[in-house]
Design a protein around this ligand. Structure first.
Ligand SMILES: NC(=O)c1ccc[n+]([C@@H]2O[C@H](COP(=O)([O-])OP(=O)(O)OC[C@H]3O[C@@H](n4cnc5c(N)ncnc54)[C@H](O)[C@@H]3O)[C@@H](O)[C@H]2O)c1
Length: 445
């Protein structure tokens, strides 16, 4: 019986685990399995990533070179672009991107491509798990038929499950092993075997009755965040209108030990997940005639934040009798959040683009991001790439306005307030002490 066969391989740790897509999600995952004694084969379309891993070099901030090197040296882990090796795998985990199309509809092409490669080399006795974030129904409506068309039968030849990835890049406290894993199979056998597998690498597995519940769970989590951040952004604008310190209000509200969870305003949503995932849910709901008003409203508020930040800059410059046009604006931090190098959907790009479209001369400093490029399909400013400037006294002094978009730890904010006369702080990066000892005008969200 396929269930017992794969369970035995997992218990004995002789199962070979294939991971398709070695990015922010796939690389930590294969390292975790390999470090726990499983054989791991990573499948990638990007030859540079394959070479890097096989040379023991990590390109993901949460995975050290040392860990990758150890897995390679143990002979347990390899990376390849040769998908025919999928045949060797007892478990195949799909971690490919799930972006949106320009129309904001789900782009399923990566999942379809992975499914297609798997069916080409499929053999009886494999468990396939999808980890990419996607709408409810993907696992049983898209993947299952691909394998069945190739002549394989669920529960007899293969098992199939969905388990959402919850990794939070840059979060030192919560990493793969101590983030509870939700697992939902297409049928009981798949749930049982996939849950057993994850129990070997994470402290807690929470099994649910179907892949659709697991898919919806992930989207619920991220929609919750998008909506709450949307509320925090609206409250920040409201507090600004009333002349109340937003950050002091959130800090005070957060002292309530129940019924409140702090979310913070910022220059807009960023990263591969929060700005995109709610669209996967609302798209699927719309197919069934249901319109999600909360998702639409949060999207409207959050996507309007870069414009709001630019308005704060324009108003502040205006008070100094300057126009945006011709002013020098320095952006501090362009990554989508603190202390990481991830630029995907970063709101700083929109802030820069809007400022440049109004004639500002924009420069940036980010210790994690040496260069930023702009997608011409969306650009309204000049779209020229920018390169991070070294942090220096002159850089700060030269700027008519400094805008803090990501509050990286490794930036001397005391120096910024000492040398700049106008700062727009969208992250509350400047603490009370720094603000009180400053002569510069500081505008906060
Ligand atoms: N980054 C996160 O924090 C995070 C958190 C939770 C969930 N997710 C979800 O996990 C999935 C992967 O995200 P990510 O951040 O790891 O993306 P990523 O872009 O960092 O990595 C995906 C990798 O897949 C590779 N790839 C693309 N097509 C492939 C194919 N056909 N075969 C093999 N490899 C292929 C790409 O080259 C890339 O290296 C997405 O669905 C995302 O929404 C991401």
């Amino acid at each position: 019986m396929i269930k017992d066969q794969i369970k035995n391989l997992i218990e004995e740790k002789s199962a070979c685990i294939g991971v398709i897509g070695l990015g922010y999600v796939g690389l930590p995952l294969i390292v975790e399995f390999t470090s726990k004694g499983f054989q791991g084969i990573g499948f990638e379309v990007d030859q540079k990533k394959v070479d890097s891993i096989n040379n023991g070099d990590s390109y993901i901030v949460d995975v050290s070179d040392e860990d990758v090197q150890k897995c390679i040296d143990s002979g347990k882990m390899t990376a390849t672009t040769d998908f025919s090796q999928l045949e060797k795998c007892d478990v195949i985990i799909i971690c490919v991107p799930t972006p949106l199309r320009k129309t904001k509809d789900p782009d399923m092409s990566y999942i379809l491509a992975a499914g297609d490669e798997i069916q080409k080399y499929m053999r009886p006795g494999q468990l396939v798990i999808l980890e990419s974030t996607t709408y409810p129904g993907t696992t049983d409506e898209i993947l299952q038929p691909i394998f069945e068309k190739a002549g394989f039968k669920l529960n007899e030849d293969f098992l199939l499950a969905f388990s959402p990835e919850r990794v939070d890049p840059g979060n030192a406290q919560f990493q793969t092993h101590n983030i509870p894993k939700v697992v939902g199979g297409v049928g009981e056998d798949s749930t049982e075997v996939a849950s057993l597998l994850y129990s070997k690498i994470v402290n807690e597995v929470h099994s649910v009755t179907s892949s659709r519940v697991a898919e919806a769970c992930k989207l619920w989590e991220n929609t919750f965040r998008a909506i709450n951040i949307g509320m925090a952004n609206e409250m920040a604008k409201l507090c600004n209108t009333l002349g109340i310190d937003t950050w002091e209000v959130v800090k005070a509200a957060d002292t309530k030990p129940f019924g409140f969870m702090a979310f913070y305003p910022g220059p807009g949503l960023g990263g591969h997940c929060i700005p995109l995932d709610p669209h996967y849910l609302s798209w699927k709901a719309r197919q069934h005639g249901f319109d999600s008003q909360f998702i639409t409203l949060a999207e409207e508020i959050n996507s309007g934040m870069p414009e709001y930040v630019v308005k704060l800059v324009a108003d502040a410059l205006n008070e100094n009798k300057k126009a945006v046009n011709g002013s020098k604006v320095l952006i501090l931090g362009v990554a989508y959040k603190k202390d990481i190098d991830d630029m995907r959907e970063s709101p700083a790009l929109s802030v820069i683009d809007l400022l440049r479209s109004k004639g500002a001369e924009v420069a940036y400093h980010d210790p994690f991001v040496p260069e930023v490029t702009f997608d011409h399909a969306y650009t309204i400013g000049d779209g020229e790439p920018l390169y991070s400037k070294d942090f220096s006294d002159d850089l700060i002094k030269d700027a008519d306005c400094v805008v803090i978009c990501a509050d990286h730890s490794d930036v001397d904010y005391a120096k910024v307030t000492e040398l700049s006369n106008l700062i727009v702080d969208t992250r509350n990066a400047l603490n009370k002490e720094v603000r009180e000892n400053s002569n510069s005008k500081i505008i906060r969200l």
